[in-house]
Design a protein around this ligand. Structure first.
Ligand code: NAP
Length: 230
C-alpha cells in the first residue's frame, strides 16, 4: 500500500488530501501542529480503519521534524506533500510588517526544504518517489501584474526555486519534485468566495500527481494539469 506524509492536515486542503488518499487505501501520516485541537482530522482518523495516523508537527520546529523522521525510520514514503502554509499580512506597499514576513518565509519556504532534508531517505526508498510543494499562482513572477502580497508572493516564488533546485539535486535518486497550485479554493485561506471546493481541487491535484513522471520534475502545475510559468 502506498504511503503519504502530509503537513497541515488538520483543515483545508491538507485535511481533504489526507481523507482522499486514505479513502483510496493509502497509508497517511497526517501531520498537524495541535492534534488535540484537530477534531475533524481525529474523526477522519477514527473512521479510516487505521489508514490515517495523526502526528504532532510544527513544520518550523527542527526538533519535531527530526524526531518524526527518526520515528518513521525504516518506513517508506511514496509521497511527501508539503502543504502547510500561511498567507500572512495583507498590507500593501509602504506598510510592511517585516517580522510577520519572516514568519511567512519560515513556514512557506524554509519548512518545506527542512522536511525534504529530513525525509528524503524515506522517499528515496519508496516506489512512488514523489515530493510535492504546495505553491500558488501568486508565486508566479511572470503572472504578477497586480502587485502587493509581498510576503506570500515572495515565499511561494522562492519555494518554486527550491522545487527547481531539488529536482536537480534529487534526480540521480529518481525522485520527482514539483510545485502545484491548487486553484482558488474555499478554505480559511481562500475564503468563501473562492471558485473551487476542497474536494474538486484535491481531485484535480490527485489526477495531476498520478500522471507525473520523472520528466515532469522541476515543473509547476495547477490542479487542472496546466503548466504554469515561473
Ligand atoms: N486556498 C487557496 O485558494 C490556496 C491557493 C493557492 C495555494 N494555497 C496553498 O495551499 C496550502 C493549504 O492552504 P489552505 O487553503 O488549506 O489553508 P488553511 O485552511 O488556512 O490551512 C493551512 C494549514 O497550514 C497549517 N500550518 C500553518 N502553519 C503551520 C506550521 N507552522 N506547522 C504546521 N502546520 C502549519 C495550518 O495549521 P493550523 O490549523 O495549526 O494553523 C493549516 O492546517 C497552503 O500552502 C496555501 O498557501 C491555497
Amino acid at each position: 500500500m502506498p504511503t503519504a506524509l502530509i503537513t497541515g492536515a488538520n483543515r483545508g486542503l491538507g485535511l481533504e488530501l489526507a481523507r482522499s488518499f486514505a479513502a483510496d487505501g493509502w497509508q497517511v501520516h497526517a501531520c498537524c501542529r495541535m492534534p488535540d485541537k484537530a477534531p475533524e482530522l481525529r474523526a477522519a482518523a477514527a473512521a479510516s480503519e487505521d489508514r490515517i495516523e495523526v502526528h504532532r508537527l510544527d513544520v518550523t520546529d527542527d526538533l519535531q521534524v527530526g524526531g518524526l523522521a527518526r520515528s518513521l525510520g525504516g518506513e517508506t514514503l511514496d509521497l511527501l506533500f508539503n502543504n502547510a502554509g500561511i498567507y500572512g499580512p495583507r498590507d500593501g506597499f509602504g506598510s510592511q510588517d517585516f517580522e510577520a514576513w519572516n514568519k511567512v518565509l519560515a513556514i512557506n519556504l524554509l519548512a518545506p526544504l527542512r522536511m525534504v532534508e529530513n525525509f528524503v531517505e524515506l522517499v528515496a526508498a519508496s516506489h512512488g518517489k514523489l515530493i510535492v510543494n504546495m505553491s500558488s499562482r501568486l508565486g508566479s513572477i511572470a503572472e504578477n501584474d497586480a502587485g502587493g502580497g509581498y510576503p506570500y508572493r515572495s515565499s511561494k516564488a522562492a519555494l518554486n526555486m527550491v522545487t527547481r533546485g531539488l529536482s536537480v539535486d534529487l534526480a540521480a535518486r529518481g525522485i520527482t519534485v514539483v510545485s502545484v497550485h491548487p486553484g482558488w479554493v474555499r478554505t480559511d485561506m481562500g475564503g468563501s468566495d473562492a471558485a473551487l471546493t476542497v474536494a474538486d481541487s484535491v481531485a484535480g491535484l490527485r489526477r495531476v500527481m498520478a500522471s507525473l513522471t520523472i520528466e515532469d520534475s522541476g515543473r509547476f502545475f495547477d490542479h487542472s494539469g496546466a503548466e504554469l510559468p515561473w
